[in-house]
Design a protein around this ligand. Structure first.
Ligand code: CTP
Length: 401
């Protein structure tokens, strides 16, 4: 379940070459579980047809002619009232002006005036038009009224120039839409810090000790916290994953850097969810130059790293209200996890059998037991890491109540 599930999105499409991206956005919204009604302005129909949108949304797409059709006098009202969110993407300078001033001379502009739901706008136009004082003033007016303006981005424009004016990519828009719909969720106004991925402990300038953590579960937890309306800081070890839209990402490499960042960002936070696989040992000495293979094989002496959770729990001031840890175990799952729950001063520990092929490192699924500080337990069956993250964050929201 994402904030998009079963939500009605009214998508207004206006006359820009970025209309082709709007079709992709409509498709992504539907795949994420939303019901998408599309209104095209007459200029948009010069670039793309209603049929394109009907094909990806499975629903009728509307044009100005429908305003005067059989449903005429109520169509803009019903579309507006049923919408959980109005998205205008791409939004031209002309439509921005209409939205800012309440001009209602086409079906989309009429629906916008009738709509009381949040408004998200993705402008797309030539750079000069975007920087025009009138456009900038209209954007300011809309922002002051609470509209979410996403983009435009810098890049190649239809004029052939590289300037600010490109519509934000659909995948990123989807993240902003998700975040806008999550407003007012159970974690609204709460700051959640999530750590994710593994750390790397350098041996010399080219080698390091790492672990198998992919960061998938941690990134899913960050998205799940955003989906419940939280403000999220994601402290991440090296990974190729893209941070969820709306999360503030802090990149770290070593266990030492993870400790510094988590201590700093979790001070006074509502919750810390420590999903990172932090190295327990690091080479005591880091060789200044690459260790050559000639001669005897080197013996690398290891030293302990700090335990991040213990250090956070030991703070006199600013300990997060709820602390969640993960226990990666290959045997005696519950017994070992219980010990960590107590020794690390946690409110909840997620016990994870990493020896199973379908759970733990690298795979997309997980199977865990939740152990709470009050002694209660909850077994979660095999499920996707996204789904599991949603359940864990619901429990965090429950503990924060
Ligand atoms: N953790 C931490 N700092 C470390 C190591 C682990 O804060 N230096 C956190 C992890 O992020 C996780 C929890 O502690 O939330 C348990 O991690 P795990 O690797 O299962 O246990 P360890 O404490 O490292 O103990 P062991 O390796 O002996 O099982």
């Amino acid at each position: 379940m994402t904030p998009l599930n079963n939500k009605r999105i009214l998508l207004g499409v206006t006359g820009s070459i970025a209309c082709y991206k709007a079709a992709d956005l409509a498709s992504k919204l539907r795949q994420a579980g939303a019901e998408v009604d599309v209104i095209l302005t007459s200029a948009a129909t010069q670039f793309i047809t209603p049929l394109t949108f009907q094909s990806v949304t499975g629903r009728r797409a509307y044009v100005d002619a429908d305003l005067w059709g059989s449903e005429g006098h109520v169509l803009h009202i019903s579309l507006a009232k049923e919408a959980d969110l109005l998205v205008v993407a791409p939004a031209t300078a002309n439509t921005l002006a209409k939205l800012a001033h309440g001009i209602a001379d086409n079906l989309l502009a009429l629906a916008a005036v009738a709509c009381e739901s949040p408004l998200l706008i993705a402008p797309a136009m030539d750079g000069g038009m975007y920087h025009h004082a009138a456009t900038q003033a209209n954007i300011e007016t809309l922002k002051k009224r609470g509209a979410v303006i996403v983009g435009p981005e810098e890049g190649h424009l239809a004029s052939g120039l590289r300037m600010v004016g490109r519509m934000t990519e659909p995948a990123e828009l989807l993240g902003h839409i998700r975040q806008t719909l999550a407003r007012g969720g159970p974690l609204a106004g709460k700051h959640v810090v999530v750590s994710a991925g593994g750390t790397q402990e350098p041996i010399d300038p080219v080698r390091f000790i790492a672990n198998r953590s992919s960061g998938k579960q941690g990134y899913a937890l960050a998205q799940a916290a955003l989906d419940l309306g939280a403000t999220v800081t994601l402290v991440s070890g090296p990974t190729a994953l893209a941070a969820p839209v709306g999360a503030t990402r802090v990149d770290v490499r070593t266990a030492g850097e993870m400790l510094t960042a988590v201590l700093e960002y979790s001070r006074g936070a509502d919750a810390l969810v420590m999903a990172a696989a932090v190295a327990d040992f690091r080479p005591e000495q880091i060789a200044e130059h690459k260790i050559k293979k000639g001669g005897d094989a080197p013996v690398i002496k290891l030293a302990h790293t700090a335990d991040v959770l213990k250090e956070v729990a030991a703070q006199k001031n600013g300990r997060p209200k709820v602390m969640v840890g993960f226990a990666a175990e290959s045997r005696d799952l519950v017994e070992n996890a219980e010990k960590k729950l107590t020794s690390k001063g946690l409110d909840l520990i997620v016990a994870n059998d990493v020896s199973a092929a379908d759970a733990g490192f690298e795979v997309d699924t997980n199977r865990v037991t939740l152990l709470f500080a009050d002694g209660s337990k909850e077994d979660l069956p095999l499920m996707g890491k996204d789904e599991m993250a949603a359940v864990i964050l619901q429990r965090v929201a429950g503990l924060l109540k």
